[in-house]
Write a protein of this length. Sequence first.
Length: 317
Amino acid sequence: MLRLLAMIAALGLALGLVPGRTALARSTAEPGQRLQYEHVAAAGLPEQRLTIWLPPGYDSGERRYPVLYMHDGHNLFDLQTSNFNKIWAADQAMLRAMATGRVAPHIIVGIWAPGNDRYRQYLPADIHQAAPPALRRRMDAMAGGPIISQAYLAWLAGPLKQWIDTNFRTLPDRDHTAIAGSSMGGLMSCYAFLRRPDIYGRAACVSSHWPAIDPREVGQTAPDGDAALARQWGDWFAAGLGRPDGRRLWLDHGTATLDAFYAPYQAEVDARIGAAGWRRGTDWESKVYPGAEHEENAWAARLPEIFEWLLDTRARP
């Protein structure tokens, strides 16, 4: 174990990753290992941080593993690092999915959100560029700086993935590489899935924040602002989705708090995905969770179901 951790730390330093504390499982009730890297340099981006979860047995064999990349990594595993004292419990969800026998153990790479830069790092550049002027001005006010999702995606799909595949025993091909996130992270996951189909074979876009700004303000940007923005998202999917080709996409939302605004947008996106020839339940899924709010406990409650559908080994090409 110590030899493995020392090797990973040394490789991280060689590649410009500065490891912070290394957290190991504290008991048999918390299997797996968590490795944390701080002060991660990424071209064109604020400083990044990583928490990597290795499944049980990783350090005792030669097996190679699929990889799941997840945004908002500080909210995935540890209440002490979370924003709202709530977490996705992604490691526990993965263990539950694995216990079904239908989901292979995955390495989970949690990429922390960079504080106030989260919005401009996660907002898809395509949507920002295509937005009408009034809506774009509101996006710019939210961003507080240039949109950098292009640079973030380039880093995710390039240097970060290369480092993970070099230093961990991964299955690096598209069909064993997934990405997931919620809210603005849901939008970013869709962006990665559409723009880099060569890298990401599976994506979960959870409670995606389709309004992109305060949903109560979208209607102020144009007479048909909400409908126009929904069509923009639909056009974006129609233009970038392509054929399924063995890929899988998960979409969902609740019906309370912020999620209460999402149904019209999701309906438009769903219609365009279906029209592109994707088979619902096989190539893609879209779920509504009555009463579910826009928060980590709600996402944690359905994450095992998401993993069981998205990562099902029987559905691989």
